[in-house]
Design a protein around this ligand. Structure first.
Ligand code: CMP
Length: 142
């Protein structure tokens, strides 16, 4: 089925000038960008987005990293988009990511891992709504 999923190009990859390279991975995989913007998250925004991790030991470092510079947030649309996106991202820890994946090629550590992708359709709906209004999501007519 055609799905929408949520993606972040994180501060490390933005800082390394890899926005375009990562967007090319999405497009080459057949995922269409239907919404996109640059943001510099506040501490409150980052804590809210990652609320499910608030009890984890890495939460403080995660929020510090995600607020360290601007990010790109985007909505990707395509067949089986949630899993298709996670396949091209690779494992959360780049040391475990398959060759040729975004994290294998652009990430340096589990903390600075270049990009985020929703892990389920339910997460995708919540994460898209966290950053985008419905009017910002564009129907791709061609
Ligand atoms: P992300 O997909 O954005 O979701 C939460 C982030 O926490 C994850 O990517 C990692 O960058 C970071 N993180 C740091 N340590 C861990 C860990 N042990 N398990 C999962 N995520 C971690």
């Amino acid at each position: 089925a055609i799905e929408r999923t949520f993606s972040i190009v994180k501060p490390d990859a933005v800082g390394n000038n890899k926005i375009g390279a990562i967007y090319s991975r999405f497009e080459d995989a057949g995922l269409k960008i239907v919404a996109s913007k640059m943001l510099h998250l506040t501490k409150e925004q980052a804590e809210g987005f990652y609320a499910e991790h608030s009890e984890r030991p890495f939460f403080g470092a995660l929020v510090g990293f995600m607020t360290s510079g601007p990010i790109m947030v985007q909505v990707l649309e395509g067949e089986n988009a949630v899993l298709a996106h996670r396949d091209i991202l690779g494992a959360t820890n780049p040391a475990e990511a398959d060759a040729g994946t975004i994290r294998a090629d652009f990430a340096t550590s589990i903390d600075e891992n270049a990009a985020h992708g929703s892990d389920s359709l339910e997460s995708a709906a919540r994460e898209i709504a966290y950053f985008f209004s419905t009017e910002e999501l564009c129907a791709r007519t061609r």
